[in-house]
Design a protein around this ligand. Structure first.
Ligand code: NAD
Ligand code: TYD
Length: 351
């Protein structure tokens, strides 16, 4: 049976990969992509599929309750995959309220509208795409599992933890069929160049300093974005209602080691001598409340639903670098305008 699915945040990094995957894998269904097109959302990310007969874009803000409730009443979605969010930790430190508005209030607006549709559609599913950062930080050992207690440390992770709690609460209180996934750091094409990997690719390309926070000893578990999109698809269709699934790459890297690996790849691709890009590394003041280490145990997802990552980190990083070098126009577009002011505020004049 054909279903109409709302994907929020489909013009962003992970959302655009997920929309493309959904359209390709489920040609019998219809997708409505709702996105506010903030600095992080860009319809260029979807230009290859925007004429697909099963796809439609709606420009709108999830914090606008009246708009959301009207859209749901008119469209009668069969399910929601909710990715729209403010997603950058550093921005959450300078402007926490914006994160409360979109990530918490926006999610509750969607839940309220979903609750109405569920009254007449018992098969309705509300899927919240969330982050491993809700669990807080790890020491040198151990991994986050689905039963790790929440202990968010940044305004970003606090807002995502709050939205996860609301999603669970709507399941317990109103019986709304929900699913949640908590994923580790993603990388890949179409990633806005304010996060570590795309920022550093762009800076190496332009011979700008690479601002490593603190001593570069923090650890992240990196996952190729297309493997995340595959996991969301699997959980949305086959995951158990009311459950949480952790998604991770089993791929931990200390920031400094990752930056050196990236510098080596860039030297090779740009025809620079070995070690040239590493000279751009510049140690800067550490991020406030910087979580030391994230690592995910994806055992539940692998054993119950048969998911596994499809590319090694080296392959994925190489593909990612190639995409950025071949898509200078995309980089130009997304780094013009408001981004310029943000960049100068963060890293200073002329960097
Ligand atoms: P992103 O910042 O690239 O994209 C977010 C999208 O949401 C943008 O298209 C933006 O325009 C849209 N948006 C923001 N505010 C909105 C609003 N008020 N109304 C409607 N649309 C709005 O983020 P991303 O990295 O693609 O992350 C997507 C989701 O995945 C987020 O919920 C994030 O918390 C989660 N997540 C991200 C990562 C990661 O490594 N990037 C890892 C785990 C989970
Ligand atoms: P980021 O990509 O912002 O993701 P998150 O904070 O959600 O994990 O950062 C990844 C790691 O890289 C994190 O430990 C902070 C660090 N980092 C830097 O050292 N310099 C930078 O300019 C950025 C953006 C991040």
């Amino acid at each position: 049976m054909s279903r109409k699915i709302l994907i929020t945040g489909g013009a962003g990094f992970i959302g655009s990969h997920f929309v493309r995957r959904f359209i390709t894998e489920h040609p019998g269904d219809t997708i409505v992509n709702l996105d506010k097109l903030t600095y992080a959302g860009n319809l260029e990310n979807l230009k290859d599929i925007d004429h697909n007969k099963n796809y439609r874009f709606v420009h709108g803000d999830i914090t606008d309750a009246a708009f959301i409730s009207k859209l749901f009443a008119e469209e009668k979605f069969d399910g929601v995959v909710h990715l729209a969010a403010e997603s950058h930790v550093d921005r959450s430190i300078t402007n926490p309220l914006e994160f409360v508005m979109t990530n918490v209030i926006g999610t509750v607006n969607l839940l309220n509208a979903a609750k109405e549709l569920y009254k007449t559609n018992p098969d309705f599913i509300f899927y919240h795409v969330s982050t491993d950062e809700v669990y807080g930080t790890l020491g040198d050992s151990g991994k986050f599992t689905e039963s790790t207690s929440y202990s968010p440390n940044s305004p970003y992770s606090a807002s995502k933890a709050s939205s996860d709690h609301f999603v669970r609460a709507y399941h317990e209180t109103y019986g709304l069929p929900v699913k949640i996934s908590n994923c580790s750091n993603n990388y890949g094409s179409h990633h806005f160049p304010e996060k570590l990997i795309p920022l550093f690719i762009n800076n190496i390309k332009n011979n700008r300093p690479l601002p490593v926070y603190g001593k570069g000893e923090n650890v992240r578990d990196w996952l190729f974005v297309e493997d995340h999109a595959k996991a969301i698809d699997l959980i949305f269709h086959e995951g158990k209602v009311g459950e949480t699934y952790n998604i991770g790459g089993n791929n931990e890297w200390k920031n400094l080691d990752l930056v050196k690996l990236l510098c080596g790849i860039m030297d090779r691709k740009l025809g620079r001598s070995s070690g040239e890009s590493e000279k751009l590394i510049s140690y800067v003041t550490d991020r406030a409340g910087h979580d030391f280490r994230y690592a995910i145990d994806s055992g539940k997802l692998m054993q119950e639903l048969g998911w596994k990552p499809s590319v090694t980190f080296e392959e994925g990083l190489e593909k990612t670098v190639d995409w950025y070098l071949e898509n200078s126009e995309w980089l130009e577009h997304v780094t013009s305008g408001a981004y310029k002011d943000y960049y100068q505020e963060m890293y200073g004049e002329g960097k």
